[in-house]
Write a protein that binds this ligand. Structure first.
Ligand code: SF4
Length: 451
C-alpha cells in the first residue's frame, strides 16, 4: 500500500512529511486503511461517475493528491464508506485546503432578492416559493417594480440583483402566457432578459439570474446582462424523482437536464453558480456523485465560480413538512468533502441564514463565502430565515479569524485576469464597482451603520 499526498507544488511525498499534517492527518489517512485496502486502479484522468467496484478498490494502490482535489472518482467514494474518518478530521483537511487556496478572506454578496414571478410549472416536495395564479397577488413583477427594488438596494450599498423565479410558468398557466404576450414576450426568460438589461444599464447593480433550466439560446440571450448565472444541481440522484420522491412532479429537477444547462453555460463561457441541497433523501454516495459531476464540468470549462451547500429545512404545508431537517453533522461532512474533492480554488458557500445558531462553524469545514446577504429584501425561498445583520456577520466571521469582504455576483478571478470571461461592458462595470483586489469598493465601511 502506498499513500501519498502531493504538496501544492505538485511534487509527491509521504503524508508524514506534509507540513502541518501531523498526527490528526495521519489518523485521517490511516483510518481509511483500517480493515480495507484503500486503493484504486482507475487512472487519475478517468472521470466516469458511479460507485467503485469493491474488488477494484481492494486490488491496487491509493494515490491521493490533496492539493489538486484530484482524488480519483473511485477513491472519492471511500468518503461515503464505513472507514471514512471522523468529520473533525475531514474539516481540518478541508480548512487547510481553503487556507491554501483562498487565504483568510470570507466573502459575501450584498444583494437584493427579486422574485420576478412565483409561478412555476413544477411542484417540488419542499417548496414554499411557488404559487399559482389563484394564490399569487401578482403574476409577475413589473419593470418599474424591479427597478424600484434595485434602486433601493443601490442606496443601501448593494451590488447584486438576484433574480430567482419559478420554472417556465407559461407552460402551465394561460394567465402567465397572456401576461407575457400582452407585453410582447413569448416566454418568461425573454422577459427576464429585458429586466436584467434594465438593471444592468440603469442601476449600479449587476444581475445574477437563477431562472431554472435553460437552453443554449436562452443562456446566450441572458449572458450580455448577467456577469454570472446560477442553477442549483441540488442532487444528481435519479431516485429523487421516482414516485413519492421530492422531485416526482418536477421535470426540471431531472439531473440530466440540469447538468446539460450547466454544460451549455460552460460552453458559452458563463461564470456559473451551482450547489447541492442536503437532506432531501439523498445518500452520502449520491452527494459524491453530484460533486464529481460538478468537478467534471469545472475541469472541462472552468466556469463553476462557486458551489453552494444548502441545508434542507422542512416547511409547514409542504409534502415534506414531516421530514427531518438536514443535521449539522451531515452539513459539515458535505462541506468538508466538497472542499477536498473540488480543491482549494473552488469558492464554497453555506448560506448563513439557514444555520443561524452556528453558521460560523462552517468556516472550520472549508467554506470561504456566505453567498448573497441582503440588508433590504427577505430570502423569498426561505422567508422564515432572516439574513444576519451585516455587523453581526462581520463580527462572527472575524471571531473565527477571517476578514469579511463584499464581492460582486461574479468572483474577482473572472474579471481581473487576462481571460475574457465577461463582455467589455460587463467587465468595465465590474471593474468600476471594485477595488484592485476585485472586491466591492469601500469594503465593509460601505455598510457601516446599516443592518
Ligand atoms: S422548481 Fe423551484 S419554484 Fe418550482 S416548485 Fe421547484 S423549488 Fe419551487
Amino acid at each position: 500500500m502506498f499513500i501519498a499526498v502531493a504538496p501544492y507544488g505538485g511534487n509527491r511525498y509521504n503524508y508524514g512529511s506534509y507540513p502541518g499534517l501531523g498526527p490528526a492527518s495521519g489518523t485521517f489517512l490511516n483510518s481509511f486503511t483500517t480493515g480495507t485496502s484503500l486503493a484504486s486502479s482507475e487512472p487519475r484522468e478517468q472521470r466516469g461517475t458511479g460507485a467503485p467496484d469493491a474488488g477494484a478498490v481492494a486490488s491496487s494502490q491509493a494515490d491521493f493528491d490533496l492539493r489538486s482535489g484530484q482524488f480519483t472518482n473511485t477513491d472519492a467514494y471511500l468518503f461515503a464508506g464505513e472507514d471514512c474518518p471522523p468529520v473533525g478530521e475531514l474539516c481540518s483537511l478541508a480548512a487547510r485546503l481553503r487556507d491554501e487556496g483562498k487565504g483568510r478572506i470570507a466573502t459575501f454578496s450584498p444583494k437584493v432578492f427579486i422574485p420576478l414571478t412565483h409561478l412555476c410549472r413544477d411542484f417540488c416536495g419542499y417548496c414554499t416559493f411557488r404559487e399559482s395564479p389563484e394564490t399569487s397577488s401578482r403574476l409577475y413583477m413589473s419593470p418599474e417594480e424591479v427597478l424600484a427594488v434595485a434602486r433601493a438596494g443601490q442606496r443601501m450599498g448593494c451590488t447584486e440583483a438576484l433574480f430567482t423565479l419559478g420554472e417556465r410558468p407559461e407552460q402551465r398557466y394561460p394567465e402567465a402566457r397572456k401576461w407575457l404576450a400582452n407585453r410582447g414576450y413569448a416566454t418568461t426568460l425573454e422577459y427576464l432578459a429585458e429586466v436584467c438589461r434594465l438593471v444592468m444599464e440603469e442601476t449600479d447593480l449587476m444581475p445574477h439570474a437563477n431562472p431554472g433550466t435553460m437552453s443554449r439560446r436562452e443562456l446566450a440571450a441572458l449572458q450580455p446582462y448577467n456577469p454570472s448565472m446560477g442553477l442549483m444541481l441540488e442532487s444528481s440522484s435519479p431516485r429523487l424523482y421516482e414516485k413519492g420522491g421530492p422531485h416526482e412532479f418536477a421535470p426540471s429537477k431531472r439531473p440530466r437536464v440540469r447538468l446539460r444547462t450547466m454544460e451549455l453555460a460552460g460552453e458559452l463561457g458563463i461564470p456559473f453558480t451551482t450547489g447541492l441541497l442536503i437532506g432531501i433523501g439523498e445518500t452520502r454516495q449520491e452527494r459524491i456523485d453530484a460533486l464529481l459531476a460538478i468537478r467534471e464540468l469545472q475541469r472541462g470549462h472552468g466556469h463553476i465560480q462557486e458551489v453552494i451547500i444548502q441545508n434542507f429545512r422542512a416547511k409547514p404545508a409542504t409534502p415534506m413538512e414531516e421530514s427531518d431537517d438536514a443535521t449539522s453533522e451531515e452539513m459539515l461532512w458535505t462541506v468538508a468533502v466538497s472542499r477536498i474533492l473540488l480543491g482549494p480554488d473552488i469558492n464554497l458557500q453555506v448560506p448563513p441564514n439557514l444555520s443561524a445558531d452556528n453558521y460560523e462553524t462552517f468556516l472550520s469545514a472549508g467554506i470561504n463565502d456566505w453567498g448573497g446577504v441582503s440588508p433590504l429584501t427577505i430570502d423569498f425561498v426561505n422567508p422564515e430565515a432572516p439574513w444576519p445583520a451585516l455587523a453581526e456577520l462581520k463580527r462572527r466571521t472575524e471571531e473565527q479569524g477571517f476578514e469579511l469582504r463584499p464581492r460582486l455576483p461574479v468572483y474577482p478571478e473572472y474579471f481581473l485576469g487576462e481571460e475574457a470571461w465577461l463582455s467589455p461592458a460587463l467587465r468595465g462595470k465590474a471593474r468600476t464597482l471594485t477595488d484592485s483586489d476585485g472586491y466591492v469598493n469601500g469594503g465593509m465601511e460601505r455598510y457601516a451603520g446599516r443592518n
